[in-house]
Design a protein around this ligand. Structure first.
Ligand SMILES: C[S@@+](CC[C@H](N)C(=O)[O-])C[C@H]1O[C@@H](n2cnc3c(N)ncnc32)[C@H](O)[C@@H]1O
Length: 274
């Protein structure tokens, strides 16, 4: 059993523009919420530093929105910058929760999750309980990375499994094998009575600077490795050097930047209205 990765909000936010785009694309496909005579109630699972949670308040200005996360560092950042009343008369707050055990504590109109469920093994098993907690016609919407066979992840897994690292890092490259293919998400949610809109997109992200793919992964996929090596700065440097060399070959820099293709899977499921 690996220890939970520690998160670094500042590192994560370094690529916030590119990381936010898929959330905006998801948001666009979420239809009107069922709440008519009261402000919408919204949960954001794995809210991170809260900048994406705050975008929900732009779409539903008077909504009561709660972001849930397991990282105290992320929650602190979210609280400092985003908690409180919203300009449209709504409210944003943030709470500690492990998504793996979270169930709705009151009726929600929207349960949303952006780039977080890949950290939660078995998350499809929670769909039934989450749907139970939605109001009739309510929405479950999420976006997960679908790039776990891409070189950035495959090379990380291979490096962790080499004799130099396997004692300390074995298994770290295989953390996300429980992400379902889009058609499987569609099937699961259809079985639960939902009308679903499921799609995938590969963004050709053009990253500036030196070793930008390494910098990107430091905010996400590398967190478990950085956590496991946290007490050994020399080993961390050695590992990062080896991973960087592999990434340079897989994602060569070009005059216009480094192209980092990123596949993502989107799901917008509507619970039956009655
Ligand atoms: C890649 S970040 C995404 C943050 C935010 N949703 C966004 O789109 O910017 C993943 C977040 O999921 C959170 N997370 C991972 N596993 C979790 C769990 N089991 N329960 C709650 N949050 C979790 C992490 O702490 C982190 O903040």
């Amino acid at each position: 059993m690996h220890s939970a990765p520690t998160w670094d909000p500042q590192q994560y936010l370094r690529h916030s523009e590119l990381r936010t785009r898929p959330f905006l694309d998801l948001l666009q496909r979420i239809p009107a919420l069922p709440s008519r005579d009261r402000p919408a109630r919204v949960a954001d699972l794995g809210c991170g530093p809260g900048h994406v949670t705050a975008l929900l308040a732009d779409r539903w200005p008077d909504a009561r929105i709660t972001g849930f996360d397991i990282s105290r560092d992320m929650l602190e950042q979210a609280e400092r910058h985003h908690a409180g009343p919203t300009p449209g008369g709504g409210r944003l707050d943030f709470r500690y929760a492990d998504i793996a055990h979270w169930t709705p504590d009151e009726p929600y109109d929207l349960i949303v999750s952006n780039a977080a469920l890949q950290w939660v093994p078995g998350h499809p098993e929670s769909f039934a309980a989450w749907l139970d907690g939605l109001t009739p016609g309510g929405i479950l919407a999420f976006q997960v990375p679908g790039n776990f066979t891409s070189p950035s992840h495959a090379l990380l897994g291979e490096l962790c499994a080499t004799p130099r690292w396997r004692d300390r890092l074995a298994g770290h490259g295989r953390r996300f094998v429980h992400i379902l293919e889009p058609a499987d998400y569609l099937d699961r949610l259809a079985d639960l009575g939902c009308e679903s809109d499921v799609w995938e997109t590969t963004y050709l992200q053009l990253l500036p600077g030196e070793d930008p793919v390494l910098d990107w992964t430091k905010g996400t996929a590398l967190r478990p490795v950085l956590t496991a090596l946290a007490d050994d700065p020399e080993a961390t440097e050695e590992f990062l050097g080896q991973y960087r060399d592999l990434l340079r070959k897989a994602y060569p820099p070009a005059p216009h930047g480094t192209v980092f293709p990123f596949r993502r899977v989107f799901v917008v499921a509507r619970k039956a209205a009655f």
